[in-house]
Design a protein around this ligand. Sequence first.
Ligand SMILES: *[C@@H]1O[C@H](CO)[C@@H](O)[C@H](O)[C@H]1NC(C)=O
Ligand SMILES: *[C@@H]1O[C@H](CO)[C@@H](O)[C@H](O)[C@H]1NC(C)=O
Length: 466
Amino acid sequence: MGLSSKHYPRTPTYLLPCVLALSFFSLTALLLYKVDDVASRTGTVVGHNLEPTPWHVFPAKPFDEETRQRRAYKIIQCSYLTCRSSVSGDRKRLGFATGDSKRQDCPDFFRAIRKDLEPWKVTKISKGHLMAAQNYAAFRVVIVGGKMFVDWYYACVQSRAMFTVWSLLQLLRKYPGLVPDVDLMFDCMDKPTINKTEHSSMPLPLFRYCTTKQHFDIPFPDWSFWGWPEINIGPWQEEFPDIKQGSQAVSWVNKMPRAYWKGNPDVFSPVRTELLNCNHSRKYGAQIMRQDWGAAARSGFKESKLSNQCNHRYKIYAEGYAWSVSLKYILSCSSVALIISPQYEDFFSRGLIPNQNFLLIDPLDMCPSIKRAVDWGNGHPNEAEALGKRGQDFMGSLNIDRIYDYMFHLISEYSKLLDFKPTPPSTALEVCAESVLCFADDKQRTFLSRSTASPSQTPPCTLKSA
Ligand SMILES: *[C@@H]1O[C@H](CO)[C@@H](O)[C@H](O)[C@H]1NC(C)=O
Ligand SMILES: *[C@@H]1O[C@H](CO)[C@@H](O)[C@H](O)[C@H]1NC(C)=O
């Protein structure tokens, strides 16, 4: 029994267009409502519709879209319509021209990967482990068949989430077809949370930027290797050569024979507070300066360029609220790094050796300890210069290719421990380079583009067995 007008010849002819128009309008209204509803429930790489991490609260982000509709449109466009046309899922394996003979061994400190994953060597990692780790995570990354899916739980401060997700997408780009399927939980805030004592019965696997000897958290390269637009720090493959060149502007003898620190002392860091007491060039041989990021931003970051900060023979590293991204820049200077005995480890700091590529400062005897290091170096200029150079060489050997190799091996070893086959949860959305760029503002887009990886001509370095 059809309902078309043909069977009801006496239906007034104007009724059909009216009904059609009415249905069209209600459908449109429903669609708009639906779009708005979906958009207002979709978490994004910039933090739309996400609360800050409750374990580290920060001010909510301002979004630059002017209206609600524009925001909804952008979320739908970038989250749901952008990855379809992309080719990031291309599983074409790389044919390495050079063959296995040219394979390099990974640096020694890559051994830390196995140590970090040791807690799950026997138990393996189950879905239950991941579901429990979710309580501590800002997002979940699932890679299947070379495509990446992200499930968002909380927003991350500034553009950390964007640059971390980007780093993983670039890894997939660099080694197409090589990165195994994986399912992992990530927290993007500073402090490790999986206390070994409290979680001894069931260690939880959680990736973040640092760990300590008392935590199970798994360190992963921090976002700033790909760039930190908020404070104008470029990607590592630009910053390192820049700093290295800057460090050669003044010869060792002409560098200030003092220990220098510049940073933000107001980050609830006991060592930085104590460090302020060492600000006395004659008594302690140290110069401690306050970094005012507000003023730096207003002056276009000219004074805070990292490559202009290598004019002292000694540079102090003091942990902040947790580990600090500044370690890599300090070591890159070829000054002697004076590292105040750290609590936190990041992925590469496990490669540092005291008296070899840095000097350790006693936090309980901080100012005199700095003074002793400065006096030693000024009394042994050749040794001090060589020590500083070894610190710089260590950072030089940690080029961006090695960093991708670290990520590759960490993810590969981790993936071997999963006792289930990763599949994206229904709430996760595919994320690709284009969708991240779609959400990025102009400045972020410039920084992201500068750190784009290209498919590797050589295989990853070889991870030495055990
Ligand atoms: C880990 O937890 C134990 C027991 O609650 C506590 O005593 C210890 O201070 C914690 N360790 C860290 C590094 O927070
Ligand atoms: C350290 O001393 C110098 C020189 O006296 C001064 O300019 C600087 O502001 C001091 N630093 C801090 C953090 O107070």
